[in-house]
Design a binder for this molecule. Structure first.
Ligand code: SF4
Ligand code: SF4
Length: 296
């Protein structure tokens, strides 16, 4: 393989959170990559799905003159002028946003190094993190080989669509993955995210066998998703997973969603507790639920 140039290998990043305690174990720096290969009807961050096509529609809506079209007809974002009002995101017709930044590997490593003394690790999320596989694998490799960084664990938060060949590439430098399972039946999954879930099942099995499956996240959308109606099959899967793998329930809420999902009923605390109880009755596992804050 070609030698890595840390100055020219870049990633499109929608946001970096320098501290999080909900995106994997301990204190983590989280990198949200731009771009996703799913089109989830329930997406909470639809502006991370596509890459900006520089149509320019958002430029005039910016109240702070933080957006301009340059001479090459590319939209440029001035972070210093931006007030983060998100009007540009609201008007974008393309499920994108103009605030995406291009980070070189060198730049990202420098940022991580700055925060490393306070971190347990980093998590790459999205969008769909694994669509920028080369960047992620080289980032993780550099962390593992860096004297001031190699105490950090490297995690991925993924929709599970990566092929096993892709996971093979990541495995030597990956400490753990959080994988979303959004629906059980192929038809339901296809309707909800635009693809079937064969790859997700394969990913869960692969990561479990290689002891890298940190967490499986189960989405509950009352009257829309099917994980509760398929509870026996779901529980059978959970019972095959390593005991170290966490099982976490996610409740559908309206925050950030657009389109038809805004009219779907939200998942209540009682409904998520019913789902949890049904799983506990069928498995020996501890089932994590969202905090009370999620239901406000
Ligand atoms: S969030 Fe978008 S619209 Fe708002 S100030 Fe920043 S660039 Fe302008
Ligand atoms: S962010 Fe959206 S509206 Fe703005 S230029 Fe890009 S595609 Fe067009």
């Amino acid at each position: 393989m070609q030698a890595v140039n840390i100055h020219t290998l870049t990633a499109k990043v929608s946001r970096v959170l320098t501290f999080s305690c909900v995106d994997g174990p301990g204190n983590r720096l989280v990198i949200f990559m731009q771009g996703c290969n799913y089109q989830c009807l329930n997406c909470h961050n639809p502006h991370t799905i596509n890459h900006c096509n520089h149509c320019g529609d958002c430029v005039a809506t910016c109240p702070s003159s933080a957006l301009t079209l340059n001479t090459h007809k590319q939209v440029e974002w001035n972070e210093e002028l931006c007030t983060q009002c998100d009007r540009c995101i609201d008007v974008c017709p393309h499920q994108s946003n103009p605030k995406v930044r291009s980070y070189s590997l060198r730049h990202m490593l420098a940022l991580i190094e700055q925060h490393a003394p306070f971190l347990s690790g980093i998590t790459v999320s999205g969008g769909e993190a694994t669509l920028q596989l080369r960047f992620i694998s080289e980032l993780f490799r550099a962390i593992k080989n860096g004297a001031s960084l190699n105490h950090l664990t490297c995690f991925i938060d993924s929709n599970g669509s990566l092929s096993t060949n892709g996971w093979d590439r990541l495995l030597p430098v990956l400490d753990g993955a959080m994988i979303d399972l959004k629906a059980w039946q192929q038809e339901t999954h296809q309707w909800l995210v635009g693809r079937d879930n064969h790859r997700v099942s394969t990913t869960i099995d692969y990561l479990a066998r290689h002891k890298k499956l940190h967490e499986v996240r189960l989405l509950h959308i009352p009257s829309k998703s099917d994980l509760l109606s398929e509870i026996d099959a779901l529980a059978a899967l959970i019972n095959t997973l390593p005991t170290e793998t966490q099982i976490r329930l996610n409740a559908f809420r309206h925050h950030g969603v657009v389109g038809e999902a805004t009219s779907w009923p939200q998942c209540s605390k009682l409904e998520i507790e019913t789902f949890q109880k049904s799983l506990i009755e069928r498995t020996t596992r501890h089932i994590l639920t969202p905090s009370d804050v999620a239901f406000r």
